[in-house]
Design a protein around this ligand. Sequence first.
Ligand code: DC
Length: 240
Amino acid sequence: MADAELRGVVALDGPSGTGKSTVARKLAAALSASYLDTGAMYRAVTLAVLRAGIELADEAAVAAQAAASLPVMGTDPELPTVVLGGEDVSREIRGPEVTGAVSAVSAVARVRELLVEEQRRIIREALAAPGGVVVEGRDIGTVVARDAELKVYLTASSEARARRRSDQDVAAGRSADLARTHADVQRRDAFDSGRAVSPLRMAEDAVELDTTELDVAGVLARLGSMVRARGLAAGVEPTR
Ligand code: DC
């Protein structure tokens, strides 16, 4: 797949800890495509809300802050950046404060409207350049890019997802507590699937891929086959 170039949009959705970010970046890099991490956008807006000392329950104030602080997203899969008011916040948005507050912020309807609009603009911009775009999130196939050429919904058992999250925390030098992470994964799943606006669910035309027993290379191999099978890798014949 090394010299192939993606045509169109690949939407990767699913709950946290399914390996989405890692495989989305690697897939985009392998296909000379752009990469958009929409979760990072909700995280950046959450950071702005926390820094401004806004009460999470004050939805109007949260939405106003989101409108005033849309992050600038770097879409190079080798070095994706998230810039807020001129500052690169890529690292800070992964910290526990943001992780604890992002579900509440991303449940605000006006925040979603603003970010979905911005995500569609970034996707249009990426498609105007050579190569397609790999977009990861929760509602890409159902809301943001309903006409994506390929939609994949990644799943994994909650235990496997908690283990991966915890390993990531250790690798990033943050403290990790597997039991707490597992509880957090389950709490966020329930919140993200139960919210009124854009609840987390699989698009009807998405392919489900369970990653519980797969490593990164295994997931990438499956995704590569799907891309080729649909004729989305320019210069590579569809396989089915
Ligand atoms: O993928 P992540 O863990 O960085 O996402 C952070 C949060 O943002 C998560 O609680 C779900 C939410 N999110 C969302 O509501 N819609 C998206 N398209 C992406 C993320």
